[in-house]
Write a protein that binds this ligand. Structure first.
Ligand code: NAD
Length: 246
């Protein structure tokens, strides 16, 4: 059985990706932030994954921490035997106009959104290289492609992920490892629930499909990218935004 790691899998897009890959037949290593509430939520997601007849286990780690990622990947390899897919999904926002953005808010977003991709890719790709097979999907954002006022930190982290995706595709391609990114637009999750109604309305007006995207609509593209059908797709960024940018 193939194994997929999903980071930040306790809610939102990560939870949805975990369930979709379980439905596809992957055993799931669910990473969650080490807090009681994230653990409880992740356990519910794991239960839903197991309902598809696959193995699903929880792995607590703050993915911005290098040592925690190293230990987690080692533990997952021991528990599951292989690592076939890695979805770097965990992410946070700490929005504000640049003039008022605190240095600590910049550093925190870069650490969770960007450094985590360095950490997890380094350790998981080392396992995949030995297997001569692997699929990596990074969750970027339209903010990384086009920028967004109030998101200097977030857009920097997501633009970096796109560069890291292309570099990973080039460095590991000869070992039969693909790496792609998805760039979601406005998706209905706890991350966007906190936006003001006025901002939500303004953003939806800019979307050609005139509605939110659902987390399932991100998960289905990730499902394709980790499948055999996507065996010759690598180094690409797939925007999933209902034509927000057009
Ligand atoms: P969310 O806030 O619902 O979920 C984020 C998950 O990441 C949570 O489970 C959280 O616990 C986890 N996480 C945060 N910091 C972590 C850490 N240090 N270690 C481990 N886990 C951590 O948000 P979401 O909307 O589901 O976002 C998922 C991904 O999609 C993020 O990378 C986000 O930037 C990206 N994204 C979301 C949208 C959107 O509109 N919702 C748009 C574009 C991109």
């Amino acid at each position: 059985m193939a194994t997929a790691i999903v980071t930040g899998a306790s809610q939102g897009i990560g939870a949805c990706i975990a369930k979709r890959l379980a439905k596809d037949g992957f055993d799931i290593a669910l990473n969650h932030y080490p807090s009681d509430s994230d653990k409880a939520n992740a356990e519910k997601v794991a239960e839903e994954c197991r309902a598809f007849g696959v193995k699903a286990e929880l792995f607590a780690a703050d993915v911005s921490k290098y040592d925690e990622c190293e230990k987690m990947v080692k533990d997952i390899k021991e528990a599951f035997g292989s690592i076939d897919a890695l979805v770097n999904n965990a992410g946070i926002t700490k929005d504000g106009l640049l003039a008022r953005m605190k240095e600590s808010d910049y550093d925190a977003v870069i650490a969770v959104n960007q450094k985590s991709v360095f950490n997890m890719t380094k350790f998981a790709a080392s396992v995949m290289m030995k297997q001569r097979h692997g699929r990596i999907v990074n969750v970027a954002s339209v903010a990384g492609l086009y920028g967004n006022a109030g998101q200097m930190n977030y857009s920097a982290s997501k633009a970096a992920i796109i560069g890291m995706t292309k570099t990973t595709a080039k460095e590991f391609g000869s070992r039969n490892i693909t790496c792609n990114a998805v760039a979601p637009g406005l998706i209905r999750t706890p991350m966007t629930d906190v936006l003001s109604d006025e901002l939500k309305q303004k953003m939806i007006e800019a979307v050609a499909l005139k509605r939110y995207g659902e987390p399932e609509e991100i998960a289905s593209v990730v499902s394709f990218l980790v499948s055999d059908d996507a065996s010759y797709v690598s180094g690409q960024v797939i925007e999933i935004s209902g034509a927000l940018s057009m």
